[in-house]
Write a protein that binds this ligand. Structure first.
Ligand code: PLP
Length: 265
């Protein structure tokens, strides 16, 4: 890239992770690895390491909006990734901003609870997520527990996962869904299931028996990066699932926890 070339920019609106494993930090590393320019608007701040989230602070929504405005004011924002949004007020502020800028590609990772058990979204925010953000997203990327909360019923096996895909499209008005199978399939393959208005796809990878941190953030930001680079959605999802698998294989343990952080390089 030379100074007169203008790289695609991708904006993450999410929470920061002081431990550098998930959230904004994982997103920016993923963007860099895909050679797109990373922009960030911090919706929440977490104090955390590889074992726990120890504190959460949510900046005023006016300041979040100022960060988003600054990004759209100067950069060609090709795609937006949404991660930890903490509460309903933040969700409304983000939805208002997206409604005014109308970015063409929005990847919604409906972050609710961290692998460590920490709550990253207020209980009363579920409805705002469903009604305000789902309709604005090009694709939503729930894991099984998040899908269960969004749909309001258990998704206990492969058959239920297949019908959950249709429910996201038909009942929740999602344009596309990538349902992550990590929490579901206990056999040798992890299957991520994709569906949009006309296509169904499955992306399978060998299960890696690793206690990893930042996989969901990395997947969603890799999809956003691929969309910004011009890939169609199903292909962006497939390439992103491959990327997470590779990043997981190369993962390392930077802290005292047994939790693995993905390798983006
Ligand atoms: N911290 C932040 C800011 C996050 O956005 C997330 C997940 O999206 C996590 C922590 C939890 O990551 P994991 O569940 O992969 O440990």
């Amino acid at each position: 890239m030379t100074p007169d070339q203008r790289p695609a920019s991708v904006l993450t609106i999410a929470g920061s992770d002081s431990g550098g494993g998930a959230g904004i930090q994982a997103d920016l590393k993923t963007f860099a690895a895909h050679r797109v320019h990373g922009l960030s608007a911090l919706a929440a701040l977490t104090a955390q390491h590889t074992r726990a989230v120890t504190a959460v602070e949510v900046p005023p929504t006016a300041f979040l909006r100022a960060q988003i405005d600054a990004c759209f004011d100067d950069f060609r924002v090709e795609a937006v990734k949404l991660g930890m949004l903490a509460n309903a007020a933040v969700i409304h502020a983000v939805a208002d901003a997206l409604e005014s800028y109308r970015p063409a590609r929005v990847v919604l990772d409906p972050v609710m609870v961290a692998t460590s058990g920490a709550k990253l979204l207020a209980d009363d925010a579920l409805d705002a997520l469903r009604t305000r953000l789902l309709p604005l997203a090009s694709v939503v990327t729930p894991n099984i527990p998040e899908a269960e909360l969004l749909l309001g019923h258990p998704v206990a096996d492969a058959a239920a996962a297949e019908s959950a895909l249709a429910e996201f499209i038909d009942d929740l008005d999602a344009r596309a869904v990538l349902l992550k199978g990590g929490h579901l399939d206990r056999d040798e393959l992890v299957i991520d299931r994709y569906r949009d208005g006309d296509r169904i796809a499955r992306y399978s990878h060998p299960r890696l028996d690793l206690d990893a941190h930042g996989t969901g953030c990395t997947l969603a930001s890799a999809i956003a990066a691929r969309l910004a680079l011009g890939h169609a959605l199903p292909e962006a999802c497939e390439l992103a699932a491959d990327y997470v698998h590779r990043a997981l294989r190369g993962g390392y343990r930077p802290g005292r926890g047994a939790v693995l952080v993905l390798d983006h390089f």
